[in-house]
Design a protein around this ligand. Structure first.
Ligand code: UDX
Ligand code: UDX
Length: 470
């Protein structure tokens, strides 16, 4: 029998998902001991940093760590010990898109999930609840169960739950404190329901009962992919409309406002942009595409694939419009790219639109300066060259700046790639005085007051409006 009351939790994977989620569980459940483990010693050391130099940046995270760390929250690389002591284990390891083999470029790589599952089976001397926290393809829980059942010690029983995480980066702590819903999937057996109730009781320390949804295992797994696919689909839909706006003289912000007033549609996730980024949207949709194909549903696969294709189109369309507007050549012109994170209030750069934009400008032989308030320099170089680019060649044409003003010095054009608040409140008069003329601003995030900037003398072009020369 797996435990019915959770007193000790182990979380495998101290990343963007496992770290904040289990830190908040520890904060809200002072009677539960929470141990977060990771193979990466540097990452664990950062979580244990005496000066709170944590491995990820999230507003409010430091306060949570300050209060809970050392009280009932611990970070360690002693994985085996933490596994064996726990009543409940969250598996929060990464599940990147496969880079080779069957399903290459689409399917999730479940290698880390399988390794973690085998480790749990090998180590555990008492029965446990194992919770799939990572976003995984449908029916992964079944594979986990097969591995656990085949490798467990005599008398040790595992119940498997799916408990996908819906937090968004940049608002992770606020999302965890007051989630729209907590989703728990279990087998609909007596034991499965008991395990589900035990995990519900953990969340119930701060989440109201009516927000804790209990469903079947497969529904829970698919719901996570479906939620991300539908959110991304809204962005690709509005971005497709932004291209029509540019061609017709309509304004995408006005269209989104008018459309979003329909209470059946609602106003959220209708902000046109240079394209969505982040570790989840593209990966999860490609996963759904792969699932649909393996289920022999090619029309369904093509439908979801178009959401990703539209996102690629939007990024490339924006950069080629910029080149066209800059008199169809940017060779040796200085372009300042403001923002490298995939959205504001995070240092995360995974799938960031900036990477595509800068690479496109680099191909056009532009000189690019980049500024981001949170992203570390080494990360920028790593992202730009991850597909085999020559670092030395990049360093000749690309410079990383310490401030927005510095990046804009002598630039022909500014490109807003991330919606950081500090870009709204820049001293734009000072920026204008430092640029070569005519001074162009390309707003890929619709955050700037275009009329005010035009009054200073800027030529302003925003996604979804104001491209008169095209
Ligand atoms: C990842 C996935 O991207 C996401 O889809 C899933 O929902 C949760 O896991 P994230 O937390 O952002 O999200 O990943 P990452 O920041 O890479 O963290 C995973 C951590 O697991 C890393 O620190 C890695 O070192 C650790 N890990 C990985 C292990 O401890 N053991 C392993 O076997 C593999
Ligand atoms: C997303 C989901 O929101 C979250 O529920 C899930 O758990 C993980 O994936 P995240 O990737 O952190 O979260 O960020 P999100 O706020 O959803 O933004 C994703 C991308 O879409 C960003 O690049 C953002 O700038 C872009 N976006 C978002 C738009 O372009 N327009 C919008 O209206 C909203």
């Amino acid at each position: 029998m797996a435990p019915t009351q959770v007193k000790k939790i182990c979380c495998i994977g101290a990343g963007y998902v496992g770290g904040p989620t289990c830190a908040v569980i520890a904060l809200k459940c002072p009677n539960i001991i929470v141990t977060i483990v990771d193979l990466n010693q540097a990452r664990i050391d950062a979580w244990n940093s005496p000066t709170f130099d944590l491995p990820i940046y999230e507003p409010g995270l430091e306060d949570v760590i300050r209060e809970a760390r050392g009280r009932n929250l611990f970070f360690t690389t002693e994985v085996d010990k933490a596994i064996d002591e726990a009543d409940l284990i969250f598996v929060s390891v990464n599940t990147p898109t496969k880079k080779s083999g069957v399903g290459k470029g689409f399917a999730a790589d479940l290698n880390y999930i399988e390794l973690a599952t085998r480790q749990i089976a090998r180590i555990a001397t008492t029965s446990k609840i194992v919770v799939e926290k990572s976003t995984v393809p449908c029916r992964t829980a079944e594979s986990m169960r097969t591995i656990l059942d085949a490798n467990s010690r005599p008398g040790v029983h595992f119940d498997i739950l799916s408990n996908p995480e819906f937090l968004a980066e940049g608002t992770a702590i606020a999302d965890l404190f007051a989630p729209d819903r907590v989703l728990i999937g279990s087998l609909q057996t007596e034991e499965g329901k008991k395990a589900s109730a035990a995990l519900s009781a953990v969340y119930n320390n701060w989440v109201p009962t009516d927000r804790i949804l209990t469903v079947g295992l497969w529904s829970s797994e698919l719901s996570k992919l479906a939620a991300n696919a539908m959110l991304a689909q809204r962005i690709s839909s509005i971005n497709a409309l932004s291209a029509i706006c540019e061609a017709t003289g309509a304004n995408i912000d006005e269209v989104a406002y008018a459309v979003g007033k329909d209470s059946r549609i609602g106003p959220k996730f209708l902000k046109a942009s240079v394209g969505f980024g982040g570790s989840c949207f593209q990966k999860d949709i490609l996963n759904l595409v792969y699932l649909s194909e393996t289920l022999h549903l090619p029309e369904v696969a093509a439908y979801w694939k178009a959401v990703v294709d539209m996102n690629e189109y939007q990024k490339n369309r924006f950069s080629s419009n910029i080149v066209k507007t800059l008199f169809s050549t940017v060779t040796n012109k200085k372009i300042a790219v403001l923002g490298f994170a995939f959205k504001k209030d995070t240092g995360d750069t995974r799938e960031s639109a900036s990477i595509t934009l800068i690479n496109n400008f680099f191909q056009e032989a532009a000189n690019v300066t980049v500024y981001d308030p949170e992203v570390k320099e080494a990360q920028i170089w790593q992202d730009l060259t991850e597909n085999g680019g020559d670092l030395a060649a990049y360093k000749k044409k690309i410079t990383i700046s310490n401030s927005a003003l510095e990046a804009c010095e002598g630039a022909a054009a500014i490109v807003i790639a991330t919606e950081w608040d500090e870009f709204r409140t820049l001293d734009w008069t000072a920026v204008h005085s430092k640029m070569s003329k005519p001074a162009f601003v390309f707003d890929g995030r619709l955050i700037l007051d275009a009329p005010a900037l035009r009054a200073i003398g800027f030529s302003v072009h925003q996604i979804g409006s104001g491209w008169p020369s095209l």
